[in-house]
Design a protein around this ligand. Structure first.
Ligand code: NAP
Ligand code: MG
Length: 401
């Protein structure tokens, strides 16, 4: 069989620990035998990040900007323990944070739905994608403990020295205050990424805040979304047969629980933090969740939502067998190859992405899976496979789908 040819490279960002082991297996068994892979390879493994003073992370993000499609393996975000373990020169920043800052993107997380792994919410039939705004609000808040009676105010001093004040509260006794902010530019790029992604995957977009209570702060989010929608996306949404739907956050939560899924839910930073854990745990497992960073000017970086699965890696290093779920990482590859196919007009590459996903899901639906899924599946007597055998089963299936 002729291998599928690619015209433009994708950016390949290798990573750490158990996911680095899976990465190689996926390439060897599921990609390279079928695709004449063109990729620009960047080693984001912690050792190489340390050796290059983290320049490799910046270079990989610049390459993602250039080629517009990247696939990333999970990476270690260093902490004190990792400083010692890897003898690091510095506590390098989270690669995802660095890449997100360069691409200015929004992260969309989507559960991978498969028969036999049933969501806790029984009416959820299709995936719910969460888009979380990644800047500001309470995450960049300034707080103060108020010791006793006195006046707390918000003060803005313009560049010409003019002061604007709003009373927060006349305290009669001890209390607390918090100041937080956001910037229009960040809200705008969040909105654009959401509209762009909705068009991309042809799903409705929901957005919700508490604008009835927060009449300036949250209302600004609502207004910016609406302005950008009316100006740049309304017609495109109509053509694509999808809708943009704004509501209050409490109403959104109630509707989400009663919905059947199949849409994107854009959330402010804090709502996204809370709701993404609710949605992902209700759908089954982090190991069945993909994640894509979409920039407002159209770059896509695909990855798994989970980390490097450190505990399994240490077992692997001791020569013990592991049963680590590679599904989210496989879907990161299929997502990137499909997007490359779309941008380059390669039907073959898009079809291959679909076949790779189908082979993966069919394998699970036949009862062959890794231990994490065997523990939660409704399929009777599942066969538990080790990390490599699961990938080899998918490879066998891939020859036939
Ligand atoms: P983790 O890698 O997400 O794993 C936590 C636990 O979840 C595992 O020990 C395992 O549970 C289960 N799990 C996660 N993914 C799995 C999979 N594919 N198959 C089977 N089980 C899976 O989180 P962590 O161990 O706390 O973090 C390890 C490293 O990942 C950290 O250094 C962190 O910085 C990094 N991290 C990177 C990213 C990223 O690059 N996007 C994201 C998060 C964390 P059991 O042990 O019970 O089997
Ligand atoms: Mg959180």
């Amino acid at each position: 069989m002729d291998k599928i040819r690619m015209t433009t490279p994708i950016v390949e960002m290798d990573g750490d620990e158990m996911t680095r082991i899976l990465w190689k297996m996926i390439k060897d068994h599921l990609i390279l035998p079928f695709v004449d892979l063109k990729s620009e390879y960047y080693d984001l493994g912690l050792e190489h990040r340390n050796a290059t003073n983290d320049q490799v992370t910046v270079d990989s993000a610049m390459a993602a900007k250039k080629y517009r499609v990247a696939v990333k393996c999970a990476t270690i975000t260093p902490n004190a323990a990792r400083m010692e373990e890897y003898d690091l020169k510095e506590m390098w920043k989270s690669p995802n944070g660095t890449i997100r800052a360069i691409l200015d993107g929004t992260v969309f997380r989507t559960p991978i739905v498969v028969k036999g792994i049933e969501p806790c919410v029984k009416n959820w039939k299709k995936p719910i994608t969460i888009a979380r705004h990644a800047y500001g609000d309470v995450y960049k808040g300034t707080e103060m403990k108020i010791p006793g009676p006195g006046k707390a105010e918000l003060v803005y001093t313009a560049e010409d020295g003019t002061e604007y004040r709003e009373l927060i509260h006349e305290f009669e006794g001890p209390g607390i205050v918090q100041g937080m902010h956001n910037v229009n530019a960040s809200i705008e790029s969040f909105a654009k990424s959401c509209f762009q992604y909705a068009l991309d995957i042809r799903q409705d977009l929901w957005f919700a805040t508490k604008d009835t209570i927060s009449k300036k702060y949250d209302h600004t989010f609502k207004d910016i979304f609406q302005e950008i929608f009316d100006r740049d996306y309304k017609e495109k949404f109509e053509e694509a047969g999808i809708t943009y739907f704004y509501t209050l956050i409490d109403d959104a939560v109630a509707r989400v629980m009663k919905s059947e899924g199949g849409y994107i839910w854009a959330c402010k930073n804090y709502d996204g933090d809370v709701m993404s854990d609710m949605v992902s745990s209700a759908f089954g497992s982090l190991a069945m969740m993909t994640s894509v960073l979409v920039s407002p000017d159209g770059c896509w970086e695909y990855e798994a939502a989970h980390g490097t699965v450190q505990r399994h890696y240490y077992k692997h290093l001791k020569g013990e067998e592991t049963s680590t779920n590679s599904v989210a990482t496989i879907f990161a590859w299929s997502g990137a190859l499909r997007k490359r196919g779309e941008l380059d007009n390669s039907r073959e590459l898009m079809d291959f992405a679909g076949r790779l996903e189908k082979a993966t899901l069919d394998t699970i639906e036949e009862g062959k899976m890794t231990r994490d899924l065997a523990l939660i599946t409704t399929i009777p007597e599942p066969v538990v496979l080790n990390s490599e055998d699961f990938i080899l089963e998918i490879a066998k299936k891939l020859e036939t789908v």
